[in-house]
Design a protein around this ligand. Structure first.
Ligand SMILES: O=c1[nH]c(=O)c2[nH]c(=O)[nH]c2[nH]1
Length: 296
């Protein structure tokens, strides 16, 4: 009976990093969660416990903090590239690194109409994300958003679906459509891209398309958002979505002798429809490992 070690990686997950940069009396806050995963010839530690190739996950964590001190973190994509290239470049047996970073935004608190120098409030549940995979001198960048929660109170219909003996859903030509967008897009190349602008413009395109596309299904809205991003952003090869359909059900007010003209809803939190899909540019280059192994 032959048994052997299959694919493996190891690293430190979810290193919580907060930095404060000062320009005069004004503080600038960054709030990141950084995960590293290293790959290479790690058979010795698995088979015999020989750790000579194992850069400790504790050291990986320390590297995140030291790098944050030595150079301004900058865009999360650049920080992830620096970390990944460092691990691959300095550890002989480490041939690949995957760095995932989530960024939580903080808003400056307004006091007497003016932005405060050093006090912040957490802005919503939305996070900006990136996963950078480094292999030798190549790199693949997949960035995205998590928890971009949106709702439109009209401009959404759902009808024409099959009816069988278990169907109770009533067709509608006017409903609330709500979702929390998780999107991941992969970039062509990893140099010369303005990460901040790309993220800002993709986010804007997602929101504008959600708002303006008259929806006959969340699936149609998914495709429209992906198509709009690919049309607007040549640096993006492909975009993947996971969209929970946050159902808003009309409350039956007839027991109280009241009519409900799309005014009173019950916002159900589960179960939810889960609509997932990818929109791809036909001529896009082949996806790298950052995409094919990616977890959404
Ligand atoms: O946009 C929708 N897509 C579905 O597939 C679906 N299924 C469902 O019950 N409601 C909806 N809405």
């Amino acid at each position: 009976m032959g048994i052997s070690l299959g694919p493996n990686q190891y690293g430190k997950a979810e290193v919580r990093l907060v930095t404060v940069r000062r320009t005069g009396g004004v503080h600038h806050l960054r709030d990141l969660t950084v995960s590293s995963a290293l790959r290479g010839d790690l058979s010795a530690t698995h088979l015999t416990g020989d750790n000579s190739a194992v850069l400790a996950t504790d050291t990986q964590k320390n590297t995140v903090y030291a790098f944050a001190k030595q150079q301004d973190v900058g865009e999360i994509e650049d920080f992830a590239l620096r970390l990944g290239q460092h691990f691959v470049g300095t550890q002989e047996k480490i041939t690949g690194a995957r760095i995932t970073i989530e960024e939580q935004e903080w808003d400056r608190i307004t006091v007497d109409g003016a932005p405060h120098d050093h006090s912040f409030s957490r802005s919503g549940g939305e996070r900006r994300t990136t996963t950078v995979t480094v292999h030798a001198d190549r790199a693949w960048v997949v960035s995205g958003v998590d928890g971009l929660t949106v709702l439109k109170s009209t401009g959404s219909e759902f009808h024409g679906y099959p009816k069988d003996e278990y169907t109770t859903l009533v067709e509608t030509d006017d409903r609330i459509l709500a979702t929390a967008v998780t999107a991941r897009w992969r970039y062509e190349g990893f140099t010369g891209i303005d990460w901040a602008k790309s993220h800002r413009e993709i986010r804007r395109t997602l929101l504008e398309t959600f708002a303006t596309k008259h929806s006959l299904s969340l699936q149609q809205t998914l495709y429209a958002m992906g198509e709009a991003v690919l049309q607007a952003r040549p640096e993006v090869a492909e975009i993947r979505f996971s969209l929970p359909n946050k159902h808003h059900f009309l409350v039956d007010l007839s027991p109280f002798g009241l009519e409900n003209h799309n005014e009173v809803f019950y916002a159900a939190d589960r179960p939810y429809g889960l609509i997932e899909g990818t929109v791809v540019r036909d001529e896009a280059e082949e996806p790298g490992p950052a995409w094919t192994d990616a977890v959404l």
